[in-house]
Design a protein around this ligand. Structure first.
Ligand SMILES: [Zn+2]
Length: 440
C-alpha cells in the first residue's frame, strides 16, 4: 500500500486498441497501485491525500513488455560476438555457463538486466534461465513485473539434471510465487531440438491441467528446420501442432524460417509469436516475417533475447529495429508503422504472456505500469507525433520515470529500488573472474 497518486501529463497514450494520443490528461492511481481513473487534467479530482506529479514535457504511456530474454546473461554481454547460433552456443556460451552459473551469478546478472531495462522503459520482462527462483526473488525485491518461463532441456546443468527434475523444480517456484502480484510462472521448454517427444507431451498435459502458458524457441534458423525434417520428416511447427502444443497459451520465440503452412497452422491455433530482431540479425539467424504474421491475424510481441546475442535489453531499440527491418524485408515503408511496433512492445506483449487483463495498457482497474518520456531535449524536438518520436528518435534514452504497480522505480532517471553502483561493481567482478578463466 502507498499513497494514491495523480500524474498530470502533457501527452498520454493509453495503448488500448485504436487509442490516440491525448493532451493534458491526469492518470489517477489508488493506494493498491491500480489505475482508478484517467481524466482531462482540467477535471482532475484534486484529492488532497494524493501525491501530485507534473509531467509538463512528457508522454505518459504503458511500460514496455520484454517478452523474451535470459536476463542473467547480461554478465556475458560482449563475451563472444560475431558468431553463428550453434558455434556461439556450443563452443562459447554453454561451456562458460557450465563453469560459472549458480544462484549468485543469476542474482547479479538479473539485477544488472533490470537496471538496464527499467532505465529504458521496460516494466515487465519474461525470463528463461537456470535458477529461476533467484530471478523471481530479485525481480520481486526490485518491484519489477516478471514472467518466469522456467527452462526444461535435455542437458544436465547445475540447476537440474533431467527434464523431469527441471519440471519439478520449476513447479516448486510456481508454488512459491502463486500469490505474488508481480511474478507469474510458466513452462520454458528450450527448443524442439533439445527435448524429446515424451517430455514435450508431459509439458503439454501439465500446462493444460495447471492452466499454464508455454514459451519455446521455435524455428530460429533455417538449419534447425532442415535438421528436424531430416531427422523426423516434419518441420518443428508441425511437430508441436501434432503434439497439441500449438494453442493460445503457446509463445513461439524467433520463428525466422516459416513456410505458408507454418503460418497457417500458427494462425489457426491462436499461438503467439515473439520477434527478437537484434538477436536474429546478430546471429544471422534470419528475419521473422512479421508483416505476413500480422496479415494472418497472429499476435506478434517483441523480445530482446539475452544480452549475449543483442547486446542490450532496450525494448525501444527493438521496436525501432522491428519497424525498420519489416520495411527493408518487404520493401514497403508501411509494413510496420511505429504505432504498431509500440503495440507489439506493450499490449501485444501482455497478450502473448496472458497478462493483458493486468497490464499492457493504461485502463481503469489495471496495474499502474507506466513510464514517462521527456521530450525536452535536442534529439526529441520538435514534436509532431509523440509515438513515432518515441520509437524512431527516442529509442529508450529519454525515459525519466517509471511506475510498476503504482510504485516509483525510476525517478528523474535514477533507480529507486536497485543500488546501481553496487550492481555495476558486481558485474565488473564477474567479468574479471570469467575473463581470467580464459587465460588459464
Ligand atoms: Zn532466447
Amino acid at each position: 500500500m502507498s499513497n494514491p497518486k495523480e500524474i498530470h501529463a502533457r501527452w498520454l497514450y493509453t495503448g488500448s486498441a485504436g487509442a490516440e494520443v491525448l493532451e493534458h490528461q491526469t492518470l489517477c492511481i489508488d493506494e493498491v497501485g491500480r489505475i482508478s481513473a484517467i481524466v482531462d487534467s482540467a477535471d482532475a479530482p484534486k484529492n488532497r491525500d494524493a501525491e501530485q506529479v507534473h509531467l509538463d514535457n512528457h508522454l505518459l504511456m504503458p511500460g514496455l513488455i520484454n517478452c523474451h530474454g535470459h536476463s542473467a546473461m547480461t554478465l556475458l554481454r560482449g563475451y563472444a560476438d560475431d558468431l553463428a547460433l550453434m558455434p556461439w552456443l556450443q563452443d562459447h556460451i554453454w561451456p562458460t555457463e557450465g563453469r560459472w552459473v549458480d544462484a549468485d551469478f543469476v542474482t547479479d546478472g538479473v539485477n544488472l538486466a533490470m537496471a538496464e531495462m527499467i532505465k529504458t522503459g521496460t516494466t515487465t520482462f519474461s525470463d528463461q534461465y537456470f535458477f529461476p527462483d533467484a530471478t523471481a526473488k530479485a525481480a520481486s525485491e526490485a518491484g519489477m513485473r516478471c514472467q518466469i518461463n522456467f527452462p526444461v532441456i535435455n542437458v544436465p546443468t547445475q540447476w537440474a539434471q533431467t527434464p523431469n527434475e527441471y519440471i519439478s523444480k520449476g513447479l516448486q517456484v510456481r508454488e512459491r510465487y502463486k500469490n505474488s502480484a508481480l511474478i507469474s510462472v510458466i513452462f520454458g521448454p528450450h527448443a524442439p531440438y533439445s527435448l524429446d517427444e515424451p517430455t514435450l507431451q508431459r509439458i503439454r498435459t501439465l500446462s493444460h491441467e495447471l492452466d499454464m502458458g508455454v514459451q519455446m524457441h521455435v524455428q530460429e534458423t533455417k538449419t534447425e528446420v532442415l535438421h528436424a525434417v531430416e531427422l523426423t520428416g516434419e518441420r518443428p511447427i508441425t511437430t508441436l501442432d501434432r503434439l497439441g502444443l500449438l494453442d493460445p497459451s503457446m509463445q513461439c520465440v524467433h520463428m525466422t524460417s516459416l513456410s505458408k503452412d507454418d503460418i497457417a497452422r500458427v494462425a489457426r491455433s491462436g499461438a503467439h509469436v515473439i520477434h527478437c530482431p537484434s538477436s536474429n540479425m546478430k546471429l544471422a539467424s534470419g528475419a521473422c516475417p512479421v508483416h505476413s504474421l500480422l496479415k494472418a491475424g497472429i499476435n506478434v510481441a517483441l523480445g530482446t533475447d539475452g544480452a549475449a546475442s543483442n547486446n542490450g535489453l532496450n525494448l525501444f531499440a527493438e521496436a525501432r529495429l522491428a519497424a525498420l527491418l519489416a520495411k527493408l524485408t518487404t520493401e514497403d515503408p508501411a509494413a510496420l508503422p511505429a504505432e504498431q511496433a509500440l503495440y507489439m512492445a506493450t499490449l501485444g506483449g501482455a497478450r502473448a504472456l496472458g497478462l493483458d487483463h493486468e497490464t499492457g495498457s493504461l485502463e481503469t482497474g489495471k496495474w499502474a505500469d507506466c513510464i514517462a518520456i521527456n521530450f525536452d531535449s535536442a534529439a526529441m524536438q520538435p514534436v509532431y507525433n509523440p509515438l513515432s518520436q518515441a520509437v524512431y528518435a527516442g529509442h529508450g534514452a529519454h525515459v525519466e520515470a517509471s511506475w510498476i504497480a503504482g510504485r516509483l522505480v525510476l525517478k528523474n532517471g535514477k533507480l529507486t529500488t536497485l543500488d546501481e553502483t553496487a550492481v555495476l561493481q558486481r558485474a565488473v567482478q564477474w567479468r574479471d573472474k570469467i575473463a581470467s578463466q580464459d587465460l588459464n
